[in-house]
Design a protein around this ligand. Structure first.
Ligand SMILES: [Zn+2]
Length: 537
């Protein structure tokens, strides 16, 4: 009989197991759950060295799994100027000016998170604004969606961007009426500037990952899918090496599925990997492709024009995408394809349909996914369900996009962030932060999906409230469903005997409080493999 290391008693344990959804106690042995049940029964398993931990009736859930996060940029960004808190254009300028005044002359000022659609002035910053408040430092500030950034003159100079610079393929240098760059760069054009940043060394990257892991534990995340950014296979490979380093050192305390950049598919096939293979903590994730851009930059690919014109664009040739998806599928890799506009989603659904229909023999052990599925026409939902394709969606993104969607789509916004419709169609839905695009806290996503409101409780009654989902559905999309679609259903995502002991304790019971208070919930304790990796206070 294995010794019981710890027993957690007197909790409100929501197991995620439909057969036994409620319990009070768990016994932990060797990193796994040995028993789940009533406190008195489980206490009977205690040996002389067993530690007893009293949960004082607090809520226990399986550890959250963030199914789509850009962990490298997010963890490095923790040291960047955070601009999502700016409530107006004016406030944004003040934050940037203050940060610039604290930097030595010539040092880069990097920031992220600005969102002009949330500002009363509703205007995007330009090179002139930045030059006025930060003339002595090169400045690069990403918009919240990461599809666009604004740079000042020093940064444009370093990047060699002048009025004679042509737009890069799949990118745009925005220009004023005289044809001069106005400081805004979209998609691939952001890299013209970002490529000039001083490189981050391996040790600095490892330190950023460790710090990021700590923050993840503080918000109850015990697993995540690390998603590569577009056009950046080198960074993706560096991040993968960093994860490997942490795992080898025994410093990895997150279940990580490390995604592969589509550009690296051949290398991955040659190395014999498959999605889902790996060790206890680090596993191979899906292969990432991009079909289109984002709504904020009007680069999401639409069936009908935006209210202010244009239908966006594909960011990859659809035939090239289909070829990649087919080769990945045949080699045992799941794909995750970024598709935001309804046209992009329809094209991707068609590609997946053809690839899956023409299968013969091997197939990936885990399902393919579409990332964001931000706008989907009702007629495309049934195919998604029939193909067993996962919708990987982001409620925290809805929170920052409500004004944007109303502004650029009007009534067609009813097909955007349609969590209710997608779930009612029977499609598997996983939730995530898409950090650093959005708030990294899963409770923010749960709150947003259940209330369809911002944490300041606007709009009253919720934004397109018919798309609300239940608390149980939201919790599942952060726990059991991601464990299942990552191929870890026998290990993670449910609190039953034999599973890995990854769970969290919350400071308030979100099942007993008004939904409007969910966003204020804090994680009191995070347990990974039976070890307490975070404890508040
Ligand atoms: Zn993303």
């Amino acid at each position: 009989v294995a010794t019981v290391d710890r027993i957690f008693i007197n909790g409100d344990v929501r197991t995620g197991d439909p057969a036994h959804p409620l319990a009070q106690a768990m016994a932990i042995s060797n990193g796994r759950i040995a028993a789940v049940g009533k406190s008195d029964d489980v206490l009977n398993l205690a040996g002389p060295d067993t530690k007893i931990i009293h949960l004082e009736n607090r809520l226990v859930l399986p550890g959250f799994i963030d199914s789509h996060i850009h962990f490298g940029p997010w963890s490095l960004g923790l040291s960047r100027l955070e601009l999502s808190g700016a409530g107006s254009f004016d406030e944004f300028l003040k934050l940037v000016a203050m940060a610039a005044s604290e930097k030595p002359e010539g040092a880069w000022l990097l920031g992220q998170g600005w969102n002009e659609t949330e500002w009363p002035e509703n205007r995007q910053p330009t090179v002139l604004d930045l030059d006025r408040i930060a003339p002595r430092n090169p400045v690069l500030l990403w918009r919240c969606d990461l599809h666009m950034a604004v740079a000042n003159s020093l940064a444009l100079n370093i990047a060699g961007i002048t009025e004679n610079t042509p737009d890069p393929p799949e990118g745009m240098i925005v220009r004023d009426s005289n044809g001069r760059p106005n400081g805004l760069v979209r998609e691939g054009a952001v890299d013209l500037v970002a490529d000039k940043l001083p490189p981050v060394g391996d040790d600095a990257l490892e330190a950023a990952f460790k710090h990021g892991q700590k923050i993840m534990h503080q918000v109850g995340v015990t697993g995540l899918c690390d998603v590569p950014l577009m056009n950046d296979p080198e960074s993706a490979a560096r991040h993968e090496r960093t994860w490997i380093r942490l795992a080898e050192q025994g410093d990895l305390g997150l279940r990580v599925w490390s995604g592969i950049a589509g550009e690296s598919l051949d290398k991955a096939i040659a190395s014999g990997l498959r999605t889902g293979t790996g060790g206890d903590f680090l596993r191979t994730g899906p292969v990432k492709y991009f079909a289109d851009g984002g709504m904020g930059a009007r680069t999401a690919w639409m069936l009908e024009p935006y209210l202010d014109g244009g239908t966006g664009m594909p960011l990859i040739d659809m035939a090239v995408l289909e070829d990649g998806v087919r080769r990945a599928d045949r080699a045992g890799f799941a794909v995750m394809i970024h598709a935001i506009g309804d046209r992009a989603v329809r094209e991707v659904v068609g590609i997946l349909d053809r690839v899956i229909q023409s299968r013969s023999g091997t197939e990936p052990s885990v399902p393919h996914r579409i990332e964001h599925v931000q706008m989907i026409r009702p007629e495309d939902l049934d195919i998604l369900k029939r193909l067993n394709v996962v919708a990987s969606m982001q409620p925290p993104n809805m929170i920052i996009d409500m004004n944007l969607i109303d502004e650029c789509l009007g009534d067609k916004g009813k097909w955007v962030y349609a969590f209710g419709d997608v779930m009612r169609a029977g499609v598997d839905v996983v939730f995530s932060s898409d950090a650093p695009v959005c708030d990294h806290r899963p409770v923010t996503g749960i709150f947003g999906a259940v209330t369809r409101q911002r944490p300041n409780l606007t709009p009253e009654g919720g934004w397109r409230p018919s798309q609300r989902i239940s608390l149980d559905q939201a919790v599942q999309a952060y726990t059991t469903t991601p464990a299942r679609i990552h191929g870890a259903v026998n290990e993670l995502g449910i609190l039953t005997a034999g599973k890995k002991a990854d769970f969290i304790v919350l400071d308030q019971n979100i099942y007993h409080i008004p939904a409007l208070q969910i966003a204020t919930t804090q994680v009191d304790m995070t347990v990974v493999s039976g070890d307490i990796v975070f404890q508040r206070g």
